[in-house]
Design a protein. Structure first.
Length: 241
């Protein structure tokens, strides 16, 4: 039997989300979903029932990279970048498109997310960025990786996006990133004059104060307006020279 075309009353309307993959891991459940908005496919990542991000926009994830680079001196050659959280790949793709960046390290704790980018549906978005010779993917928990003494690799910029913000963590373990010890680990991994950029779904004056108390300089935020509700923000801070 030939397929029945959609009725005029439903043709072109958004299609509800469909689960493409669901994994149980050491940090709980992670889910990849797809929905349609007009002619576009929109992918969503859900962790432990909490919406993390989707591919519908990406302005604030790109700002995370752009704002960090803008904070660095123009004469800094081939600055090294660490991206905390692969997500849907917006930040990595933005970084790779900027020739000024040197080595680009992405730390992602969910094996499922890495697999979706390497071999799954998200490869169409980030495959070229993962193949860039500057890119290295590290499968590790970001908080543990920052505290890990092996090699003590330093970076010119840390761009971190592992939660919905300092006040809204995906798992309890992530809270350690925003503590004095976690911010000290970030500071230690930065080269002199390096930049820390942290994505958040809402402003956090308490986190700005925590950054200052941790010894960071030039603490400020940049906002991305949204249609409804509070804006997405990027918290920015510099390590002293």
């Amino acid at each position: 039997m030939a397929p029945v075309p959609p009725s005029p009353s439903t043709a072109g309307l958004p299609e509800g989300p469909r689960t493409l993959d669901r994994r149980e891991g050491p940090y709980g459940e992670v889910v990849l979903r797809r929905r349609r908005a007009g002619d576009a496919a929109v992918y969503e990542i859900i962790a432990n029932g909490c919406f993390l991000m989707d591919t519908s926009d990406g302005r604030s994830e790109r700002l995370l990279i752009d704002a960090a680079l803008a904070e660095l001196p123009q004469d800094r050659q081939r600055p090294a970048l660490l991206i905390g959280g692969l997500g849907v790949g917006f930040s990595l793709v933005r970084a790779v498109r900027e020739e000024r960046w040197g080595r680009i390290t992405v730390v992602e704790r969910e094996a499922a997310v890495i697999g979706w980018h390497r071999h799954g549906p998200l490869a169409e978005l980030s495959g070229g960025a993962l193949a860039d010779p500057r890119t290295r993917i590290v499968h590790a928990d970001l908080v543990a990786h920052l505290h890990d003494g092996a090699g003590r690799e330093t970076f010119d910029a840390l761009c971190l996006d592992i939660d919905n913000g300092p006040d809204w963590t995906v798992t309890e373990d992530n809270g350690g990133l925003y503590t004095p010890a976690g911010l000290a680990a970030c500071r230690d991994r930065l080269a002199p004059g390096g930049v820390l950029a942290v994505w958040s779904a809402q402003p956090s004056p308490a986190f700005d104060l925590a950054l200052r108390n941790a010894g960071f300089q030039g603490v400020r935020t940049e906002e991305i307006p949204v249609a409804r509700g509070v804006p997405d923000v990027v918290h920015l801070a510099r390590k002293g020279a």
